[in-house]
Each structure stands twice: as structure tokens, then as C-alpha cells.
Ligand binder design. Structure first.
Ligand code: UDX
Length: 439
């Protein structure tokens, strides 16, 4: 089949490459010239394990092409929209880019083509796209909703091994095209109407975010009552009705999806006159969780003004260079407002641009970032940090205090190394091991 994908972010690029690998002819379109130039040279514009290899393979065998615009009448069986849907200040998803693409596709696509949404779009968007197409005299184009569930850092694996495929369709021909397009992927297929498909994506992300905020609140209570959240999570996860995933307590979720999609679903509910109380609390808990290290830092450092605090990890999670909605950014902002000198450290992120005004350098070498620091917060659980020579770290820091925001550092080992450690909800277990060394 001939497949068009508009938007070459994580979702668009990985989707396009996956269809190319499955044997289809793919054209990826993006307005950003520099991105397309790089892609034509088989250079990945984002850090994602396995992406560049797949890009080289599919560019070399000619299954995928890149362009900045749809300048000729387009012959494509299906065109996917995978452009950004950022949050407006109300939490509502901004669909400006989606509808710009719809307008363009309406001019370019041959008769009886199909437009599919891959971007996470509010419930009712397929219907709005149909109305727009009708206005433009293109009722012949079908609209399908095919939400994407890939995770950054394992995007390629997730795309080739999906837990499920969801096809939101209104006609059998579209369903048939989608089945043929995805032939070769071994996953249960849920065929439903567009609105349900759109809701499945939001409900899935909101549920996972709920698990995280839930375990984070349990962790906060564990801290107060002397229980150990890691053991609580492990034991809870052994119940198959609960499941063990997404129960790691820490500084909360970040990234391009959960923060945006949870707020968007609260907004979708509100527009339908429904107050989604639970999800509102999930969002609020997550926001507060990012600032958990503050009270402990104050306890350790006393006056914060003029102190140097190193943030170990700038990416929102390991395995990516994405800093969107990273807890490190909120934490840094509050610390800086209190007069703290903040140092950023990350093995992959090289600079923070457009986040704090002037671009800020991110230090690659953790030892350099920790030298003479008064305290550090482990924000992202990169292996590079877990495996540091902590005895050496204790020597080079001005005072050896670490707040482990991801509960990944072994309290016993930290104690032996002379590090004073705090974490989230593991104080009971840690206290037994570390005694006075636990703040
Ligand atoms: C997520 C969804 O998993 C994916 O299906 C969807 O398509 C996009 O959003 P992603 O944002 O790439 O993917 O990251 P994910 O691995 O799901 O983690 C999201 C956030 O939750 C990260 O900030 C991570 O640190 C945090 N998290 C995850 C926890 O705090 N605890 C956990 O137990 C799991």
C-alpha cells in the first residue's frame, strides 16, 4: 500500500518506519525543513534506541521517502495525521495543526482515500474532521481513528509488538484497509467506532497516570507511618487484578503524553458537563510530587540561598532525550526562585533550550556535576547514575546528601559509601539498614 504520514515526531516517524518495514511504500511529510533534510540523510532528529538503524535500512531500500509538502496530487491509500496536539491553557488539546493538515490533504488526496488520526485527539475529532471534509466537498474520504500506544525509549519495540491494535472506523472498506496495512503484526485487534477508539487512548493513559499518582500517595503515607513502599508495590503487583507495572513511586510522571492527556480528558469531561474528580486529583498529586525533595533539602541545607544543588537527570525518563514536562524543570524553577544554584546533569540531553529563557548547558559527566555540590537529587533513573562510584561522590561533594527521587539507590550501599540518603516512601526499610545515615 502507499501510506502518507504527516508529522515526523516520535509517533509519526516511528509509525512511518514501521509501515515501511512491513513492506508498504511510505511518504513522511513535515513542515520543518531541517528535520526533513536530516531524515533524507538518514539522520534521526530524536534520540530513540534502534531508530537510526531502522531509518538507514528503510531509506536504503527505498521503502520510505521524506518531503516538506504535498505539492503534487497525491496517490495514497491512507494518510495518517501525526502532528502535535499541545495543551491550551485550559488543558484542552489544540487541534490547529490537525485541521491544517486535513485542509491540505483534502486538496491532495485522490478520490476515496482514507485519513487516519494517530495523534491523540479529543473524543469527537473524527466527527469534526468529517464535517470539515464535507464543507470542502470531500465526503468521499473516510476517517479512521488509530491511536498509538508506543512509549518513548522503546518506541520501535512497542510498535512491532503492540499489546493491541485499535481501529475506530465507520465502514468495512476502511477496516479492511487497516487490517491489510497492519498484516504482519501479531496483536489482538479491537474494531469499534471512532469515538470509542479516541476514548480508549485517553482512558489508557489516564489509568496508567492514576496508578502512578496512587502509588506516590501511598509512598508519601509510607514515609509518615514507617512502611516501605517498594515492598508494598511488589506485593500489590503480585495480585493479577492489580498488576505490577506502573507502581514505581517517585517524583511522578512527565513526558509528552501523560501530563497533556490527563488534563485534556479532564477538559473533555468538563465539556460534557462531567466533573472528573478522580483524574483532577491525579493531576494535582503529580504536580505536588515533583516538589517532594524541597522539604528534605531544607532540612539538610537549612537556608537554601546560595547553595548548589545538582539535578541528576534532565530527561523525563531514561532512554530518551525528551525533556518535555520533566519533573527536573519544575524542581529547578522552584529551587532557583529560592536562590539555589542549580546544576543540570544528563547523559544524553546536552542543553535546555527555550525552557528557562537563555539556553542552559547540561553537564554530561556526573562527577563534574557533583563536585562541591551541597546536595543532589536523582530525578531520572539512568543506569549511568545508579552505577556511579558513590564513595568517590561522597568525597567530591561539599556535603554528601542525595535525595533519590526514583527509589533506585541501595540504602545499604549508600551508607557504606558515606552518602546521606533520602527517598520516597522507603524510609522504614532504609532506616533499618542505615540508622542515623537516613534523613
Ligand atoms: C506513555 C504511555 O506509556 C504510552 O502508551 C503512550 O503512547 C504515551 O505515553 P511515555 O510517555 O513514553 O509513554 O513513557 P512511560 O514509560 O509510559 O512513562 C511515563 C512517565 O511515567 C515517566 O515520567 C515515568 O518516569 C513515569 N512512571 C512510569 C512512574 O513514575 N512510575 C511508574 O511506575 C511508571
Amino acid at each position: 500500500m502507499i501510506v502518507t504520514v504527516v508529522g515526523t515526531g516520535y509517533v509519526g516517524l516511528v509509525t512511518g518506519l514501521a509501515f515501511a518495514k512491513l513492506g508498504h511504500e511510505v511518504i513522511c511529510i513535515d513542515k520543518e525543513e531541517s528535520k526533513i533534510d536530516a531524515l533524507k540523510r538518514a539522520q534521526a532528529p530524536i534520540f530513540e534506541p534502534g531508530l537510526e538503524e531502522l531509518l538507514k535500512e528503510q531509506t536504503t531500500n527505498g521503502n520510505i521517502r521524506f518531503a516538506t509538502s504535498m505539492s503534487v496530487p497525491w496517490s495514497s491509500d491512507i494518510a495518517f495525521i501525526a502532528v502535535g496536539t499541545p495543551s491550551l491553557s485550559t488543558g484542552e488539546a489544540d487541534l490547529t495543526a490537525v485541521f491544517e493538515v486535513v485542509d491540505e490533504l483534502a486538496q491532495m488526496l485522490q478520490r476515496n482515500s482514507i485519513i487516519g488520526t494517530k495523534s491523540t485527539v479529543p473524543v469527537g475529532t473524527a466527527h469534526k474532521i468529517r464535517m470539515r471534509l464535507a464543507l470542502l466537498g470531500r465526503q468521499d474520504i473516510s476517517v479512521v481513528s488509530v491511536p498509538e500506544f508506543l512509549r518513548e525509549g522503546s518506541a520501535i519495540h512497542d510498535t512491532f509488538h503492540p499489546s493491541r491494535l485499535v481501529f475506530g472506523v465507520r465502514d468495512q472498506r476502511s477496516e479492511q484497509v487497516l487490517r491489510e496495512l497492519h498484516a504482519g503484526l501479531d496483536a489482538p485487534i479491537v474494531v469499534t467506532e471512532n469515538e470509542t477508539a479516541e476514548m480508549i487512548k485517553y482512558a489508557s493513559n489516564a489509568f496508567l497516570a492514576t496508578k502512578i499518582s496512587f502509588i506516590n500517595e501511598i509512598a508519601n503515607i509510607c514515609d509518615r507511618v514507617g512502611a516501605d513502599v517498594a515492598t508494598v508495590s511488589r506485593a500489590m503487583g503480585l495480585d493479577p487484578r492489580i498488576g505490577s507495572s506502573f507502581l514505581r513511586a517517585g517524583l511522578g510522571y512527565g513526558g509528552s503524553c501523560f501530563p497533556k492527556d490527563t488534563k485534556a480528558l479532564v477538559n473533555i469531561a468538563g465539556q460534557a458537563d462531567y466533573d472528573f474528580l478522580l483524574l483532577k486529583a491525579v493531576v494535582e498529586v503529580n504536580q505536588l510530587q515533583r516538589l517532594r525533595p524541597l522539604s528534605k533539602l531544607r532540612e539538610w541545607l537549612g537556608e537554601l540561598r546560595g547553595k548548589t544543588v545538582t539535578l541528576l537527570g534532565t530527561a523525563f525518563k531514561p532512554g530518551t532525550d525528551d525533556v518535555r514536562e520533566s519533573p527536573a524543570l519544575d524542581l529547578a524553577q522552584v529551587l532557583e526562585a529560592d536562590g539555589v544554584i542549580v546544576r543540570f546533569c544528563d547523559p544524553v540531553v546536552r542543553s535546555l533550550e527555550g525552557v528557562f529563557g537563555d539556553p542552559i548547558d547540561v553537564i554530561a559527566d556526573a562527577y563534574e556535576a557533583l563536585t562541591d555540590a551541597d546536595a543532589a537529587v536523582l530525578v531520572t533513573e539512568w543506569n549511568e547514575f545508579i552505577e556511579l562510584d558513590w564513595a568517590h561522590v561522597a568525597d567530591i561533594m561539599a556535603s554528601p546528601y542525595i535525595f533519590d527521587g526514583r527509589n533506585v539507590l541501595d540504602p545499604r550501599k549508600m551508607r557504606t559509601c558515606g552518602i546521606v540518603l533520602s527517598n520516597i516512601g522507603m524510609s522504614a526499610a532504609s532506616q533499618n539498614l542505615t540508622g542515623a545515615n537516613q534523613l
